[in-house]
Design a binder for this molecule. Structure first.
Ligand SMILES: [Zn+2]
Length: 186
C-alpha cells in the first residue's frame, strides 16, 4: 500500500467523498483515515457539510410535494411580487412598504412562506458552514495544493482547478439558481 501524506489526503477529501478517485486511491485514503485522527477530523467536517446539503435538499423536495396538489391559486400577483423581491428582502435592500408587502405575502401565502423558509435555511447553513470551516478549508484545499497533488500523482485526473470550497459554493449557488431563487446575473 502506497503511503499518502496528510496534505495529499486532505487535498483529495472532496473527491474521496464524491467517489471520484480510482479504487486504488480510494483504498489508500480509507487506510489513511483509519490510522490518522487529524485527517479523520477533517474528513468528518467536510462530510457534515455535504450531508447537511443533502438533507436540506431533500427537505425542500418534501415541501414541494406538499404544495404541489393545489398551488395554482397561490401563484397570484402577490406571489409574483414576493418572488421578484425575495432576494432584495433577504439582503435588506427594500423600502419599508415593499418590505412589509413581502412579509405580508410570506404570512398569507403558503408557497411564499415555504420559499422564504428555504431561503433562510440555505443562508443560515451556508453561513454556518462558511464560518466553521472558512479558515481551515481555505488553507487545506487551496488550488496550489490541488495542483501539487495532481503533479505528484500523474495517474490521478483532476478535471478542474476548483478547490473543494469553490466547488461547494458553486454547488449551492447552482442549486439556488435552479430553484429560481437567485435571479440570473446576480
Ligand atoms: Zn493524516
Amino acid at each position: 500500500m502506497e503511503n499518502l501524506s496528510c496534505g495529499q489526503v486532505i487535498a483529495l477529501l472532496s473527491f474521496y467523498i464524491d467517489e471520484k478517485l480510482n479504487s486504488n486511491l480510494m483504498k489508500n485514503i480509507e487506510y489513511h483515515l483509519n490510522t490518522c485522527s487529524f485527517c479523520r477530523n477533517k474528513y468528518m467536517q467536510l462530510r457534515k457539510i455535504y450531508d447537511n446539503y443533502a438533507d436540506i435538499k431533500s427537505r425542500i423536495e418534501e415541501d414541494n410535494d406538499e404544495y404541489i396538489v393545489d398551488d395554482a391559486i397561490y401563484r397570484n400577483q402577490q406571489y409574483e411580487f414576493f418572488k421578484e423581491n425575495l432576494s432584495a428582502y433577504i439582503d435588506n435592500e427594500l423600502k419599508t412598504e415593499d418590505n412589509l408587502r413581502v412579509k405580508k405575502a410570506a404570512i398569507i401565502n403558503p408557497i411564499a412562506r415555504t420559499e422564504l423558509k428555504n431561503m433562510l435555511l440555505f443562508q443560515q447553513t451556508l453561513h454556518m458552514a462558511f464560518q466553521k470551516t472558512k479558515n481551515n478549508l481555505k488553507k487545506d484545499f487551496s488550488g496550489g495544493i490541488i495542483c501539487k497533488i495532481r503533479d505528484s500523482l500523474p495517474k490521478f485526473n483532476v478535471n478542474s482547478d476548483l478547490s473543494a470550497w469553490d466547488k461547494l459554493i458553486n454547488m449551492l449557488s447552482n442549486f439556488l439558481k435552479s430553484r429560481g431563487i437567485f435571479s440570473n446575473g446576480k
